[in-house]
Design a protein. Structure first.
Length: 288
């Protein structure tokens, strides 16, 4: 069963990682210049460098859509695609489409019908309308919960604090332009020291710590795009691997896919039994 995950940030990457390690054939789809900050916790750098690793799994950029089938069948890497999405869907015809782009301030387009099962993560998705299912992405007891009707909690509140710092860990683009930096994820920084610049605007570290998030050098960004994140824990900072929140969201997606696949297999099995009772040989189709 082939699944397409939209996005390559930490949430999308955790979803792709979880589905891939569960045995599914997974494709990540993103724009040619994603603004992802937590690149040490994501497959995003595969877009720029050709490949990236995350928690024991490798993602590889693939520009030839016709090569996808062989790559998927090998089940050794996750292909990352930046080609036109409709072209990808037409070439692969995935069973599941997951929108994990986490565009919290935008209202998503209707994606039902783009695949047999569509899943939207986070605010503004409406299960049964924009996508078949939606998954809660806000911190709390409901994190990772799958919704068959209604919508996840609206965007609101402050980010979860780390060592007492919440939104003040972040730097947002004050102007639009091309983001430039010579620093890297994991580099130590001091409050007020230059980290990057946008056009003529210098962006400084908001506090002492380690760079947990940093948009890739040379990527265009719009106003209010998150471009820098500092982890104030110093040597104890967590800047690589799968984060707790992405893991829990990914588990919700996996459960939704498994439940849907089981239901679909049950329907096919019932259909097989009915056809068989009429004296016809009917092989049970594999899901997807």
């Amino acid at each position: 069963m082939v699944l397409v995950v939209r996005g390559s940030g930490d949430i999308a990457s955790a979803v792709g990682h979880c589905l891939f390690t569960a045995g599914y054939q997974v494709i990540l789809h993103d724009s040619p210049q994603p603004t992802t900050t937590r690149r040490g916790m994501a497959f995003t750098d595969a877009v720029f460098d050709g490949q990236a690793g995350l928690a024991g799994v490798t993602a590889v950029r693939v520009d030839d859509l016709h090569a996808l089938v062989a790559i998927l069948d090998s089940q050794t890497v996750i292909p990352v695609i930046v080609a036109d999405l409709p072209a990808l869907l037409q070439t692969i015809s995935p069973a599941v489409l997951v929108d994990a782009r986490m565009r919290k301030h935008l209202h998503p387009e209707v994606q039902r019908g783009m695949a047999p099962l569509t899943i939207g993560l986070g605010p503004n998705f409406v299960a049964g309308e924009t996508t078949d299912l939606a998954v809660e992405t806000q911190w709390g007891d409901a994190l990772g919960r799958v919704l068959a009707q209604g919508m996840p909690q609206p965007l609101g509140g402050e980010p979860r604090p780390i060592a007492g710092y919440a939104r003040d860990r972040y730097v947002y683009a004050p102007v639009a332009g091309v983001f430039h930096t010579a620093l890297h994820i994991g580099d130590p920084v001091r409050a007020g020291h230059p980290v990057a610049h946008l056009e003529a605007t210098v962006l400084t570290a908001p506090l002492d710590g380690v760079l947990r998030g940093l948009t890739r050098d040379g990527v265009p960004v719009t106003v209010k795009t998150k471009v820098i994140e500092v982890d104030p824990r110093g040597p104890a900072a967590v800047v690589t691997g799968l984060g707790e929140r992405p893991r829990r969201i990914a588990q919700g997606v996996l459960q939704a896919v498994q439940h849907w696949a089981q239901a679909r297999a049950g329907q096919k099995s019932t259909h097989s039994e009915v056809r068989g009772a009429r004296g016809m040989i009917f092989a049970k189709d594999p899901v997807g």
